[in-house]
Design a protein around this ligand. Structure first.
Ligand SMILES: C[S@@+](CC[C@H](N)C(=O)[O-])C[C@H]1O[C@@H](n2cnc3c(N)ncnc32)[C@H](O)[C@@H]1O
Length: 270
């Protein structure tokens, strides 16, 4: 399947292969996705009709977490796997409450990075870096990160909806530990990850479809995810199905929060 090529697409992007970032953008109602992404999204949704709600629940979890962190005094954010910018990005949420907040966005996807750069041009409290979260040493040493973030002061590392693109063979615990060890006391880590726990069997079929992108999804159990918070103290209510994490109102939780098919949590480095 070929598509007309708008000029905003970086030349090295293959528009005939779906991308996780663009499928997510589609489910969030964004405009930076192609026919292949929409076709894959439709196929996934035909197996798991609640998938769009899962993606929106993830984004809403991230926004609530950022508001919580700003309330806790955090003014520096390292957003890993930040995605294609949509309304209500991390810097918008954070800077609305604390105009002095700084954010570094990092994503592996060239379109996510190109759009982030375009949107953030002129915002001197943000930076954008194209990098792989698995290479955290490179990220932490990059001029974008070093120029914007002070590692002697508390910050928040955001890993929302990204670790499920890191296969177990890449030694997830050591990636997370590398990030955690770089943080000053008083810092926070945010993680959300898709799960098959409490889900109908179709979730496995949908997961297999994600292998058509270059980043197959890894569904993780609550126990596996709790391991990633080792050395940190989870803030209330702990690691929970996304809608249950500090909801804005009881009505916002809905009747079946487990249908979000993902866990989220926020933890502090003491
Ligand atoms: C589901 S989106 C999440 C976006 C945003 N963090 C949120 O929660 O709304 C996942 C993003 O992770 C990015 N991603 C996947 N694997 C990655 C990797 N190894 N390194 C950096 N980013 C990655 C994708 O390109 C995509 O933009």
């Amino acid at each position: 399947m070929t598509t007309q090529r708008p000029e905003w697409i970086p030349s090295d992007v293959d528009t005939d292969v779906p991308s996780a970032a663009r499928v997510y953008d589609y489910f969030l109602g964004g405009a930076h996705n192609f026919a292949v992404d929409r076709a894959l999204a439709a196929q996934i949704a035909s197996i798991t009709p609640g998938i769009g709600e899962t993606m929106r629940a993830n984004r809403e979890f991230l926004r609530r977490a950022v508001r919580f962190l700003v309330g806790a005094g955090i003014r520096q954010f390292l957003d890993l796997g930040s995605g294609i910018p949509t309304v209500g990005n991390v810097h918008q949420i954070a800077q609305q409450i604390a105009p002095d907040a700084v954010v570094v966005y990092v994503d592996i996807d060239p379109i996510a990075v190109a759009h982030s750069k375009a949107i953030l041009a002129g915002n001197d409290r943000t930076a954008v870096l194209q990098a792989d979260v698995r290479d955290c040493a490179k990220i932490l040493a990059s001029p974008e990160v070093r120029g914007m973030l002070d590692f002697t002061a508390p910050m928040a590392v955001l890993l929302a909806g990204v670790l499920h693109f890191v296969p177990d063979s890449d030694d997830l615990p050591s990636i997370v530990a590398g990030l955690r060890d770089a943080l000053a006391p008083g810092s926070y880590m945010v993680i959300s990850n898709a799960t098959s726990e409490g889900q109908p069997p179709e979730i496995i079929e949908a997961q297999k479809l994600s292998a058509r992108t270059s980043t197959e999804i890894v569904l993780r159990s609550k126990a596996d995810l709790l391991e990633q918070f080792r050395g940190l103290t989870l803030v209330e209510p702990g690691l929970v199905y996304l809608p249950l994490w500090r909801p804005d109102s009881p009505a916002a939780v809905g009747e079946d929060p487990e249908q979000a098919a993902a866990f989220g949590g926020v933890a502090r480095k003491d």
